[in-house]
Design a protein around this ligand. Structure first.
Ligand SMILES: Cc1cc2nc3c(=O)[nH]c(=O)nc-3n(C[C@H](O)[C@H](O)[C@H](O)COP(=O)(O)OP(=O)(O)OC[C@H]3O[C@@H](n4cnc5c(N)ncnc54)[C@H](O)[C@@H]3O)c2cc1C
Length: 377
């Protein structure tokens, strides 16, 4: 039976589901709030088995084979000396190539941009959806692939008594993504072609090369991605969001940090990070802030509304599993719908994916333990 399926969120999770379900003969409509889609907005990701599998399934295996290699892992001390070196080749594929690849598989009319879903009203056999400034729709099934700040999760967890907002864990990632040429030579010689790390009490810095914004992998066209995890009390985070006039937001994008905050970050990096990392931090004109959250949904399905990807579970970025989790959810949902009547399929999707999501969030908590501990000094 062909279903009318609405998907809230047109990032990779929404697109994975849209393409698989369209190929099963369903009528899919993706509603993405970004006005111009998400092209050229991503960085890189480690190729996990679930991502390779979904790319093969839709005939895009080359996307998983195109990436930037790091040959080894090094750990730097505060003075920039290499303390340990471990040969561990790993590739960063391009988030943008992944997004564009799936986006092109979906005819334009099935992907609405500038479409912010503001209201979801389920009944037993269908779901009504309102856009903030547009028409309403009715679907047989609605998928919430609307990420960390999901509104669809409120509908799925309508009987919840606890807050459905993700839990801030007390530390944040300050991040930068710069053209490789912007990194000074002395720093590039140490940092490039490898995963570099620095660990200290309650803090961790890491960095690696990723493809260019159009998926370029040639030398000179790649970008350097650095991440600096630091503890940041919840009250300071909330002040920062207020100063940036983004109260209630979950993160601050490039250009949204107040100027003096960037200056202070660069000054801190000079005294607290190895010189190559400090140079990379100083080379980023518009650092951005990704506070770290945990979120576990207690259900993934309610009547004809389903959650997928970060809308259901937010696992810390140390797991490197965000995209893989969304791919696994989408494949599980599509195969359940191919095999069973709708309501049974949704129940078996939830049985299969709920424990997986919970396990991933737990794993992220364990990996982040050293960053969460109260500082001795
Ligand atoms: C622009 C962008 C770039 C990213 N780059 C990387 C990367 O380089 N590497 C990496 O590992 N991960 C990246 N991620 C995160 C990664 O995609 C997710 O962690 C993971 O894949 C889960 O994806 P998701 O589709 O569930 O959620 P997300 O990727 O967070 O997508 C949620 C989508 O829902 C849309 N949305 C939210 N609310 C509404 C609403 N009410 N109405 C309509 N649309 C709505 C958002 O605009 C967003 O596009 C990126 C995410 C985004 C959005």
């Amino acid at each position: 039976m062909s279903l009318r399926i609405g998907i809230v969120g047109g990032s990779v999770g929404g697109l994975f589901a849209a393409v698989l379900l369209m190929r099963q003969g369903h009528q899919v409509t993706v509603m993405e709030r970004a006005r111009h889609g998400l092209t050229r907005r991503g960085a890189g990701l480690v190729v996990q088995e679930q991502v390779t599998r979904i790319l093969h399934e839709v005939g895009l295996p080359q996307v998983a084979e195109t990436g930037v290699w790091a040959n080894e892992r090094i750990v730097l001390d505060l003075h920039g000396k290499v303390m340990t070196r471990e040969p561990r080749p790993q590739m960063q594929m391009s988030w943008d190539l992944l997004y564009d690849g799936f986006r092109k598989l979906l005819p334009e009319r099935h992907y609405l941009t500038g479409a912010t879903v503001s209201e979801v009203a389920p009944s037993d056999q269908s779901v009504k959806v309102m856009l903030a400034d547009g028409p309403g729709f009715e679907f047989d099934l609605l998928i919430g692939a609307d990420g960390q700040g999901s509104i669809v999760r409120n509908v799925v967890n309508e009987d919840a008594t606890n807050s459905l907002r993700p839990d801030y864990v007390g530390y944040a990632a300050w991040r930068g993504l710069i053209a490789e040429d912007a990194v000074p030579r002395h720093a590039a010689d140490i940092l490039f072609e490898r995963f570099a790390f620095h660990f200290d009490e309650g803090t961790q810095a890491l960095g690696y090369l990723v493809p260019g914004a159009d998926g370029q992998i040639a030398k000179g066209e790649r970008r350097y991605n650095w991440v600096w995890y630091r503890q940041l009390p919840a009250a300071s985070l909330s002040d920062l969001f207020k100063r940036a006039q983004r109260a209630g937001a979950l993160s601050l994008g490039p250009g949204e940090l107040p100027r003096d905050v960037r200056d202070a970050l660069i000054a801190d990096a000079q005294s607290q990070l190895p010189p190559p990392f400090a140079a990379a931090v100083a080379a980023e004109p518009q650092p951005f802030l990704q506070p770290i959250y945990d979120y576990e949904s207690s259900r993934m399905v309610n009547r004809r509304v389903v959650l997928l990807g970060d809308a259901a579970f937010i696992a810390r970025p140390h797991t490197a599993m965000g995209v893989a989790k969304a791919a696994a959810d989408a494949m599980a949902l599509a195969s359940a719908l191919a095999a069973q009547p709708v309501d049974e399929a949704l129940a078996s999707y939830e049985r299969a994916r709920l424990p997986q999501g919970q396990a991933m969030v737990d794993y992220g908590r364990r990996l982040g333990l050293s960053l969460s501990r109260p500082l001795a000094r």
